[in-house]
Design a protein around this ligand. Sequence first.
Ligand code: NAP
Length: 298
Amino acid sequence: MQTVLVTGGSGFIGRHFCRAASQFGWHLIVLSRSPAKAKMVLPEAVQIVSNLDQIAADESIDVVVNLAGEPLAESRWTDGNKEKFYASRSGLTDSLYRFFRERELAPATLISGSAIGYYGSGSDPKHEESTVVDGFSHQLCDSWEKSANQFQSLGTRVCTLRTGIVLGDQGALAKMLLPFKYGLGGPIGDGRQMMSWIHITDMVNVLLHCIADTGLSGPINATAPNPVDNKTFVKALGETLHRSVALPMPGFMVRLLFGEMGVELLLQGQCVIPQKLQQNGFRFEFPSLPQALDDLLS
Ligand SMILES: NC(=O)c1ccc[n+]([C@@H]2O[C@H](COP(=O)([O-])OP(=O)(O)OC[C@H]3O[C@@H](n4cnc5c(N)ncnc54)[C@H](OP(=O)(O)O)[C@@H]3O)[C@@H](O)[C@H]2O)c1
């Protein structure tokens, strides 16, 4: 039986992971700021702690799945919010590192979050070794990955998952459905920005795959093999929902409404290829967008 410590376990990806992992009979420990709320969305057997000190001194943790992070798409990127984004990712990962360094019982594996924002923006295909374009998203992801990589000095195998737009019952897709319901769903800006997405089932499978395959380490693109541009995404969504596609939301309006967040998350995109997973024989259940949308929405 594995013991797995999960941060962000109450979130969208975390709760799906915990549900899947609990079926293997693993001992799951979720670190949450709100244990009562976390309890409501997690399987009964999951142990919830609000502080790392609540973990028994002799408890040996095999794997850490590190997903915690202040949501990026729900507020403007003010200096104060940017501090929260860093503190909840790099800051929390640094505390995890200090915790394990001091107790001298390092996990064998750390699977830590990152995002496709690591690559900055651009429509050229990005694999794990590609060059990056600087910007806030890149700096945040880079800092998060560096914090995670400190675990290497403890002998821990570290995978940093450069995660795409996760499609499921929460997150970006759920937000896109409402405008479509009212006939307002349409492309954003010129619609040419690339969207690298992944179905939540595949996302959970990537996490499980990285835990199981001890040969994997370093940055790993967690995206489906068929990224599409925004126009294609919106068209596929309209077809799945049997709704017409509205006129594009002009770029200037996105800038006005959402500022830097709108520019980096909505107007700019990345064309990310899961090269390492493909070379490693990972099989996507939902490699194409129509398949993924059909599964989630019909
Ligand atoms: N979903 C996506 O499409 C996507 C794409 C790329 C990368 N990611 C990254 O992957 C991670 C998980 O994504 P998700 O969609 O599952 O996120 P989510 O639903 O927003 O959940 C994030 C979790 O992080 C914890 N958290 C939030 N703010 C925090 C703060 N200020 N300090 C400490 N913990 C905090 C929360 O747990 P408690 O409230 O229980 O403490 C929450 O359950 C995030 O870091 C996200 O940036 C997600």
